[in-house]
Design a protein around this ligand. Structure first.
Ligand SMILES: Cc1cc2nc3c(=O)[nH]c(=O)nc-3n(C[C@H](O)[C@H](O)[C@H](O)COP(=O)(O)O)c2cc1C
Length: 368
C-alpha cells in the first residue's frame, strides 16, 4: 500500500506533528465579554484533537488592551488573567492528544468592537472597503480609522511580544502572528491602505516593516523550542479580489524577508483556493516554499484531497490547514483516514452568527 502524504508525520519547526492536517484559525466570538476563554471553548477545541487534527490554531486573539480587539466576545491574551483562562483550553487539547497554537491578531481598521478604546486605528486614515459582517455582529460600513502616530507603533509590536510570552505561559505549543486577511499588519503591507511617508510606508520593504518587526519581537519573546509563524494572504476578508500589485516579485520580497526573521513557519491563506498565481505555475504557498526555507502551511479549499495531496507531493507545502471543512466536521482527519465521507460545510453553521452557540443549535437541529 502506498502511504498517503496527508497522514505522514511532520515537523513544524521543532514541533513534531502526527499528520499534515491543521485546523485553520476561525473567529468564534464565544469568549466571556472580558476576553476570558470559556469551558465551551475548551470542549470545542479539544474536539478537533479527538478528530485527529495534528495541530489546532486558535481564533484570532487580541494581544493588547489598546486598539487590537476586533470583535465582541473575542478572546484575548492581553492580560495575565486571560492567559490563565486559556490554560483549561490548552490542557483539554493536550489531554485529547493534540497540540494548539495561539493566533495573535490586531484588528486595526477592521475593528468592530473594542471594549478598551473608542475609534479604530490604522496605518492611514483610509475607510475600509466593504461592510462589517453581521456574522460577528457588525452592521454598515466600517468607520474611517485614525492614522497611527509613529510613536505608537513600538507599543503595538511590544504588545504582540508580550502576548506571545503569555501564550507560552498558558502552555500553547506554538504562536502564530496574524499578518493576513486585511487586518492591521496586512493594512500596513497593502499599498492602498498604507499611504504613510515615514519609515512604515512607501516601498514594499517599508510596508512590510511592521510584519518583520513583529516577527522579530515575537521570536525573541518565546523560548527557542516554541515555533513562531506568520499568516500571510493576498485576499482580505473585506476584499477577496485583492492581488499583490508586484506579483511574483512581491512574493519573493515578502516571503524572503519574513523567512529571515527566524520564524519557523509561514501560513499562506488563500480564500479562493490554492491554484497557480502570477503565471508561475505555483500556488502562493509554492512561492513561499521557493523563497523561504522555513516550514510552509497552505490553506484554502484543501478539503479537496486531490489538490491537497498534489501540493504535498510537489513540495509546495509541508502542512495543510482546513477552516470550513474542519468546522463542519471536527473528525475530518479520522474519517478521511478511514475512507469515510466527512460532513460537508453548510453556511447555516455560521448563522445567525459565528458563535459556538449558533453552531451547536445548527447541529442539534440536524440531530448531529
Ligand atoms: C468562521 C470563520 C472564521 C475565521 N476567522 C479567522 C481568524 O480568526 N483568523 C484567520 O487568520 N482566518 C480566519 N478565517 C479564515 C480561515 O482561516 C481560512 O483562511 C478560510 O476560511 C479559507 O480556508 P477554507 O477554504 O479551509 O475555509 C476564518 C474563516 C471562517 C470560515
Amino acid at each position: 500500500m502506498t502511504s498517503d502524504p496527508i497522514f505522514e508525520p511532520g515537523r513544524l519547526g521543532t514541533l513534531p506533528l502526527p499528520n499534515r492536517l491543521i485546523v485553520a484559525p476561525m473567529t468564534r466570538i464565544s469568549a466571556a465579554p472580558d476576553g476570558t476563554p470559556t469551558a465551551q471553548m475548551a470542549d470545542y477545541y479539544a474536539e478537533y484533537a479527538r478528530g485527529g487534527f495534528g495541530l489546532i490554531i486558535t481564533e484570532g486573539t487580541y494581544p493588547d488592551t489598546a486598539y487590537s480587539q476586533c470583535y465582541v466576545n473575542q478572546p484575548g491574551l492581553a492580560t495575565d488573567a486571560q492567559a490563565q483562562g486559556w490554560r483549561p483550553v490548552v490542557e483539554a487539547v493536550h489531554q485529547a492528544g493534540g497540540r494548539i497554537a495561539a493566533q495573535l491578531m490586531h484588528g486595526g481598521a477592521l475593528t468592530m468592537h473594542n471594549r478598551f478604546a473608542s475609534g479604530t486605528v490604522a496605518p492611514s486614515a483610509v475607510q475600509p472597503a466593504g461592510e462589517q459582517p453581521p456574522r460577528y455582529h457588525g452592521k454598515g460600513p466600517y468607520p474611517t480609522p485614525r492614522e497611527l502616530n509613529a510613536a505608537e507603533i513600538p507599543d503595538i509590536i511590544a504588545g504582540f511580544a508580550a502576548a506571545a510570552a503569555r501564550a507560552v505561559t498558558a502552555g500553547f505549543d506554538a504562536v502564530e502572528i496574524h499578518g493576513a486577511n486585511g487586518y492591521l499588519i496586512d493594512q500596513f503591507l497593502s499599498h492602498h491602505t498604507n499611504l504613510r511617508t515615514d519609515d512604515w510606508g512607501g516601498t514594499l520593504t517599508d510596508r512590510l516593516r511592521l510584519a518583520v518587526e513583529v516577527a522579530h519581537a515575537v521570536v525573541a519573546a518565546v523560548p527557542a523550542h516554541v515555533p513562531v509563524g506568520i499568516r500571510i494572504s493576498q485576499t482580505k476578508v473585506n476584499d477577496l479580489s485583492h492581488v499583490w500589485p508586484g506579483g511574483a516579485d512581491d512574493a519573493a520580497t515578502i516571503f524572503s524577508a519574513l523567512d529571515a526573521t527566524g520564524i519557523s513557519y509561514i501560513h499562506v491563506s488563500s480564500h479562493l483556493g490554492c491554484g497557480p498565481v502570477f503565471g508561475t505555475g505555483l500556488s502562493l504557498a509554492g512561492l513561499a516554499r521557493r523563497h523561504a526555507g522555513c516550514t510552509i502551511i497552505a490553506n484554502g479549499k484543501l478539503e479537496d484531497t486531490e489538490t491537497a495531496r498534489a501540493l504535498l507531493n510537489r513540495g509546495e507545502a509541508d502542512f495543510l490547514s482546513l477552516a470550513k471543512a474542519a468546522l463542519a466536521d471536527p473528525h475530518w482527519p479520522s474519517k478521511v483516514a478511514a475512507g469515510q465521507s466527512p460532513v460537508p460545510f453548510d453556511p447555516g453553521i455560521l448563522s445567525p452568527d459565528g458563535s459556538l452557540a449558533s453552531a451547536a443549535a445548527f447541529r442539534a437541529a440536524l440531530g448531529r
